[in-house]
Design a protein around this ligand. Structure first.
Ligand SMILES: Cc1cc2nc3c(=O)[nH]c(=O)nc-3n(C[C@H](O)[C@H](O)[C@H](O)COP(=O)(O)OP(=O)(O)OC[C@H]3O[C@@H](n4cnc5c(N)ncnc54)[C@H](O)[C@@H]3O)c2cc1C
Length: 390
């Protein structure tokens, strides 16, 4: 749909359909729709900024890979389900890639069996993270020329499903590091020099990474970002606070979303090995991934080399953020599918064993009910596969 933003009534005034004519390129669909729906110009603008970042990511893909060409989009808008499009030609795996996958699963499985997955703090131990590094886990999405194994995403996602059946936090960290952390921003938006410098470190696990976007006043509303980076000589001086950052501890590398000259930007930041007067952590005991660290980060006149700025050809820092978040969304589904398989596997024996009701008829009903639920979960799992095998 194309819309002329200049003719849209403000506030709750009645809508004039003649206003829907020519699209103005720099106004997103969401902003226009919200204004038509009666939201204030400021509310519409803020949501529009985020929607625009999504659109800019879309522009980076070939026509056939855009959201509008996806089977789900077509099912909704063409009023038919293009079943044939749910079948993908998945490239065959080479022996190197198979070895990385099997070695990584073996590391996780053997620590699970040995009861040695977690350290005293309840988090995945450094030993586990190190052995996964040796097996090539942190380089699965990094190209071979930078020391990774260059796994196509169509294999990465089902691999995470398998890993999640063993330990969901390990699967989650592959996504944090590879999709939203520093790997995707550098491999997609980095210069040749930035790739040479960072990708080998990230692939080998010598630097594990995280993604620092959210702030105390900027979660859903990313236009409210307050962290700034100001160029001073050959470095940026960063001031601000980040909140809820998964996998962020001293010594890691983060993709830091901040404002530079009042535009969102992404700096690749090596966190110091220890807190100091320029960098502190805020700990609060809240975890999306219970077995991984999650902290707030506070920067005060913290210096980052100017060469660590990522400069996308299209858009700005939010475009970089949304590119990674899109991969992260799929990886999250893959992880959830694995976790559900584990739940189903532990539920079935229990459902067959447990008898709570004295009357046979009721027991029958309970078993029947349990069977239905199990079948339902099995069906959901099966149906969810095309959602992340892209
Ligand atoms: C455990 C955990 C791990 C996380 N890991 C990371 C990470 O690694 N990196 C990172 O950058 N961030 C991370 N996040 C942050 C996460 O992305 C934010 O929590 C999320 O964006 C929501 O922001 P918020 O918490 O500020 O909620 P708010 O923006 O304050 O929203 C609160 C509620 O209000 C609703 N709401 C907000 N605006 C509107 C509106 N205009 N209309 C209607 N409803 C609205 C929201 O839907 C929500 O229900 C993590 C969060 C958690 C809890």
């Amino acid at each position: 749909m194309s819309i002329d933003i200049n003719n849209i009534p403000a506030g709750n005034e009645s809508r004039d359909d003649s206003a829907i004519s020519a699209r103005t390129d720099n106004v997103s669909f969401a902003e226009t729709a919200l204004r038509l729906g009666g939201k204030t110009a400021e509310e519409a603008r803020r949501t529009g900024v985020v929607d625009t970042a999504d659109d800019q990511v879309e522009e980076m893909f070939a026509e056939r890979r855009r959201t509008t060409a996806s089977p789900i989009h077509r099912a909704v808008w063409e009023n038919r389900v293009p079943v044939e499009e749910f079948h993908f030609d998945v490239p065959a795996l080479g022996s190197d890639e198979r070895k990385v996958i099997n070695d990584c699963l073996h590391v996780a499985r053997s620590h699970l069996r040995g009861g040695t997955l977690y350290g005293e703090d309840g988090k995945l131990s450094d030993d586990v993270l190190g052995q996964l590094a040796d097996a090539g886990y942190w380089g699965t999405l990094v190209d071979k020329r930078y020391g990774g194994c260059g796994l196509p995403f169509s294999h990465f996602a089902p691999f995470l499903t398998r890993m999640a059946t063993i330990e969901p936090t390990i699967a989650g960290l592959a996504s944090v590091h590879g999709c939203i952390g520093a790997v995707d921003p550098v491999r997609t938006f980095g210069t040749a020099a930035q790739k040479e410098r960072y990708l080998p470190l990230l692939a080998s696990g010598r630097r594990l990474s995280a993604f620092a976007l959210t702030e105390p006043g900027a979660g859903s509303d990313l236009t409210a970002l307050k962290t700034t980076a100001v160029l001073d000589g050959d470095s940026y001086v960063v001031n601000g606070e980040k909140l809820f950052i998964t996998n962020a501890v001293p010594g890691r590398t983060i993709g830091l979303v901040c404002r530079i000259d009042d535009r969102p930007a992404v700096l690749i930041v090596d966190l110091p090995e220890q807190e100091d007067e320029t960098f502190r952590m805020n700990q609060y005991g809240l975890y999306a991934l219970r077995r991984a660290h999650n902290n707030g980060l506070i920067f005060k006149d913290f210096r980052v080399p100017a060469e660590n700025l990522l400069t996308p050809e299209i858009g700005d820092g939010l475009t970089i953020a949304y590119h990674g978040l899109n991969l992260g969304r799929i990886a999250l589904c893959a992880n959830a599918a694995g976790t559900m398989r584990s739940m189903l596997a532990s539920m079935l024996p229990w459902a067959g064993f447990r008898k709570t009701h004295p009357h046979a008829k009721t027991v029958g009903a309970v078993i029947q009910n349990t069977r239905h639920r199990s079948q339902h979960i099995g069906t959901v799992l099966q149906q969810s596969r095309p959602l992340f095998q892209v």
